[in-house]
Ligand binder design. Structure first.
Ligand code: 5GP
Length: 645
C-alpha cells in the first residue's frame, strides 16, 4: 500500500497523515481545489521497484505477464471488447451442437469440391476431385476431422467456469421425464442418479450460485484470472466518482462516491483491481498517474478489472441522515482526509444530508441547498472520528483562548446587579455540541406556535423589538408570566405581572430544572419557567422571550421547540446614532463591548441560532423579524430530531 491506513484514532500532525491514500478519478473540481500531491520518494522507489519486477516477469513470460492482458489476444476478449453485453461468458463448446457444426463445415467443403469438379474439364482434374470427394465422404475421415476439431478447440479454449445455465434443476427434471419410459440400462442408471437427493441439492446450489455469477456482467476467465470488462460513460454532467489507491503495484478502486457513474451503474466496486483503461495498462502506475490519465480521457471508458474477491454487501436502502454541523470543516486543511478533491467544506450551523455512512470514518454528504449543483457527494469526517479529534484538540491547551467560564463574564451596569443563575451550571452548550446533531424538518401546527427567543447583547435592540411585537399584535404575541420572590406591589395581581412565590419554593423549582432562566435582583429571585411558556403556547399565541445565551441549553432540552433569532448590533458608529435617537449616550468602550459581546455570542452559539437579524435600522429589523416568524407557519424548519421523539 502506498500510504498507511488510518486506524480510527489519529494523531494530529503525524508525518504519515500528509499522504492521502486515495486519489479521485474524474471528480469535478479536480483541478481547482487540489494541490497536487507530491510523490513521496520512498513510495516512488517502491513503485519503480515493482514496475521493474513486473517488467522482468513479463520478459520471463515471453512478453506476457499474468495480468498483462491484451483483449485482442483472445477471441473471447476481443468479442467482449466489441460487445461486452453479448453472452461471451457462456461459450457452447460442447456436445451435439459442436458436432453438428463440424459436420456442417465438412458438408460445405464437400459442396465446394463438387462445384470445382464441375468447373474443371480435363480428365486428370476430374479424377483428383473424385478422389477428394471420396475421402471427404468416408466415415473414418469425418471421425478424424471431428477429433481434430475438438482437440484444437480444447487447446485454445478457456475453461468455462462461468455458469452455462441457471436452470440445472429444470434440466434434470426434463431429463427424468424423458427417461421415464426408457428401459435401457443406462437410462435407468441415469434416472437413479438424477433422483438422488444429494445430486438434487447440488443442482439447487449450482443454480443459486449461477444466478449470482451471472448477475456479474461480463465476468470471464482469462489465464486463470477472473477478469471483468466494464464500460462507463464519462461526461461533464456525470463524472465517474471513484477514488483509487495503490496496493503494491496494483491500482485498486478504493471508494465509490454516491452520485457518480460508477455508483449509478453498479459496475465498479470497491476493491476491484484496475488492469487497463481504454487499452492502457495501469498496473505499476502511481495513483497520480492514473488520475492524470483519466483526466485526458472522455466518452466511453473501458475498464479491464479483476473484480474484488470480497463479497459485495447486500444492497440495502440507504437512509439519508440530516445533521447540523457544529464545527467548520475545510478539507484542504485536513491532513487526514483520504481524498482531498472529494472533501466537502462546510461551516458551523450548516445542514448536511449524509447519504452514506458505509465508511464510519468518512461519511458521504451533500450540503443543504447544494444538492442541485453538486453532482457528487463529498467526504466529511464521521461523527465518532471527529469527536476523537475534538477530544484530542481539547487536551492540547490553546494559549490564545480564554478559559471557557470567562467567556460569560460581562461587567454589569449598576442597575443590573443580578447574580447570574448560570453559576449553578457552569457548562456551556458548546461543550456538548462538538460535532453533528441529527436534524429533522418540523412544521409547527397552527394551534401550537413555537416560542420565539430573541438573543443578543444588551443594547442590540432585542428588548425593543420584543416590546414592539407585543404592542402591535397583542392577540398574536405574549410574554410568559415570570416568577419572583419579592412581594406584590399594590396594583399587581398574582399570575398577571408575576407568579409570587416563596424563596424556598423558587429554589426548589430551580433545582428541579423548571426554569429556563433566572437571576437575582436586589435580594429577590426572578425567573421564567417552562410551564409559563407552555401556558402561552397552549393559548395559541406566540411566546416571545428575550434570553441570554446561557439559557439556550435549558430551552433546547425543554421540548418547547423554540425558534432562536439572534439580534446582531450594527456597526459601533451606527449603534451610537441609534442609541442617541433613544436619548441614550454611550461611551466608545461601551459600544465596543456590545459588538465584542455579539461576536463572542455568534462564535460560541452561532450554530444554535435559527436566524440572524442585523439591527441596522429598527423598522427594517422589525419587518425582517415579522417575516421570519411568519415563515414558521408557511415552511417547515430544521429542528433537532431529539425534539420530535
Ligand atoms: P421589578 O421587581 O421592578 O418588577 O423587576 C426588577 C428586575 O427584575 C428588572 O430588571 C426586571 O427586568 C427583572 N426581571 C423581571 N422578570 C424577570 C425574569 O423573569 N427573569 C429575570 N432574570 N429577570 C427578571
Amino acid at each position: 500500500m502506498i500510504t498507511s491506513h488510518m486506524n480510527g484514532y489519529v494523531q494530529e500532525g503525524s508525518a504519515q497523515a500528509a499522504n492521502h491514500r486515495e486519489r479521485a478519478v474524474d471528480c469535478p473540481g479536480d483541478d481547482t481545489c487540489l494541490v497536487k500531491l507530491p510523490h513521496c520518494g520512498a513510495q516512488m522507489e517502491r513503485i519503480q521497484h515493482y514496475q521493474e519486477e513486473l517488467r522482468k516477469r513479463r520478459d520471463e513470460d515471453g512478453g506476457r505477464g499474468k495480468h498483462d492482458i491484451d483483449p485482442s489476444a483472445s477471441l473471447r476478449l476481443k468479442k467482449l471488447s466489441q460487445n461486452p453485453k453479448v453472452g461471451v461468458d457462456n461459450p457452447t463448446f460442447e456436445g451435439k451442437e459442436k458436432a453438428a457444426k463440424d459436420i456442417d463445415e465438412l458438408e460445405e467443403v464437400l459442396q465446394a469440391v463438387k462445384w470445382v469438379q464441375q468447373c474443371l474439364t480435363d480428365a486428370q482434374s476430374q479424377q483428383d476431385a473424385e478422389l477428394l470427394l471420396q475421402l471427404l465422404a468416408k466415415d473414418d475421415f469425418k471421425c478424424a476431422y471431428s477429433i481434430y476439431a475438438v482437440v484444437s478447440q480444447k487447446m485454445n479454449r478457456v475453461n468455462p467456469t462461468s455458469p452455462l445455465t441457471v436452470q440445472a434443476q429444470d434440466l434434470c427434471l426434463e431429463v427424468q421425464k424423458i427417461l421415464k419410459s426408457s428401459q435401457q440400462r443406462e437410462g435407468l442408471e441415469l434416472r437413479a442418479l438424477l433422483t438422488n437427493p444429494h445430486l438434487q441439492a447440488l443442482m439447487q446450489a449450482h443454480d443459486s450460485l449461477a444466478v449470482q455469477e451471472m448477475a456479474e456482467d461480463n465476468v470471464i476467465q482469462y489465464l486463470g484470472e477472473t477478469v471483468k470488462m466494464v464500460r462507463l460513460q464519462k461526461t461533464r454532467d456525470t463524472p465517474l466518482g471513484a477514488t483509487v489507491r495503490n496496493d503494491m503495484d496494483s491500482v485498486v478502486v478504493s471508494r465509490v462516491v454516491k452520485g457518480g457513474t460508477a455508483e449509478q451503474s453498479g459496475l465498479l466496486n470497491e476493491g476491484d483491481e484496475i488492469l487497463e483503461i481504454n487499452g492502457t495498462s495501469v498496473r505499476g502506475k502511481h495513483v497520480n498517474e492514473v488520475h492524470d490519465l483519466l483526466q485526458q480521457m472522455h466518452g466511453t471508458l473501458t475498464f479491464l478489472l479483476i473484480p474484488s474477491s470480497q463479497m459485495k454487501p447486500a444492497p440495502h436502502r440507504q437512509t439519508v441522515m440530516h445533521v447540523r454541523a457544529y464545527f467548520d470543516y475545510d478539507p484542504s486543511d485536513d491532513p487526514f482526509v483520504p481524498c482531498r478533491e472529494l472533501g466537502l467544506s462546510f461551516q458551523k450551523g450548516d445542514i448536511l444530508h449524509v447519504i452514506s455512512q458505509d465508511d464510519p470514518n468518512w461519511w458521504q454528504a451533500y450540503r443543504d441547498g447544494d444538492e442541485e449543483n453538486q453532482l457528487l457527494a463529498g467526504l466529511i469526517p464521521g461523527k465518532n472520528f471527529q469527536q476523537q479529534r475534538e477530544t484530542l484538540k481539547k487536551t492540547i491547551p490553546d494559549k490564545n483562548q480564554e478559559p471557557q467560564g470567562k467567556r460569560w463574564y460581562v461587567k454589569k451596569g449598576k442597575k443590573q446587579k443580578k447574580k447570574s443563575a448560570s453559576t449553578l451550571s457552569k457548562n456551556t452548550d458548546a461543550d456538548d455540541l462538538l460535532t453533528y446533531e441529527e436534524m429533522s424538518l418540523y412544521h409547527q401546527p397552527a394551534n401550537r406556535k413555537r416560542p420565539v427567543a430573541l438573543i443578543g447583547p444588551t443594547n442590540s435592540g432585542h428588548d425593543e423589538l420584543r416590546r414592539r411585537l407585543l404592542s402591535v399584535e397583542p392577540d398574536k404575541f405574549a410574554v410568559a408570566v415570570p416568577h419572583t420572590t419579592r412581594s406584590p406591589r399594590l396594583h399587581e395581581r398574582n399570575g398577571r405581572e408575576y407568579h409570587f412565590v416563596s424563596r424556598i419554593g423558587f429554589e426548589a423549582d430551580l433545582a428541579a430544572g423548571k426554569f429556563i432562566e433566572s437571576g437575582e435582583y436586589e435580594k429577590n429571585l426572578y425567573g421564567t419557567s417552562t410551564d409559563s411558556v407552555r401556558h402561552v403556547v397552549n393559548s395559541g399565541r406566540i411566546c416571545v422571550l428575550c434570553l441570554h445565551t446561557r439559557s439556550l441549553r435549558l430551552l433546547r432540552s425543554s421540548n418547547l421547540k423554540p425558534f432562536v433569532i439572534f439580534i446582531a448590533p450594527p456597526s459601533q458608529e451606527r449603534l451610537r446614532t441609534l442609541l442617541a435617537t433613544e436619548g441614550k449616550s454611550a461611551k466608545p468602550e461601551e459600544l465596543k463591548e456590545v459588538t465584542e459581546k455579539a461576536r463572542e455570542m455568534e462564535q460560541s452559539f452561532g450554530p444554535l441560532f435559527d436566524a440572524t437579524v442585523v439591527n441596522m435600522e429598527p423598522n427594517e429589523a422589525f419587518l425582517e423579524l415579522r417575516r421570519l416568524i411568519e415563515k414558521l407557519d408557511t415552511e417547515p424548519q430544521w429542528v433537532p430530531t431529539s425534539w420530535l421523539c
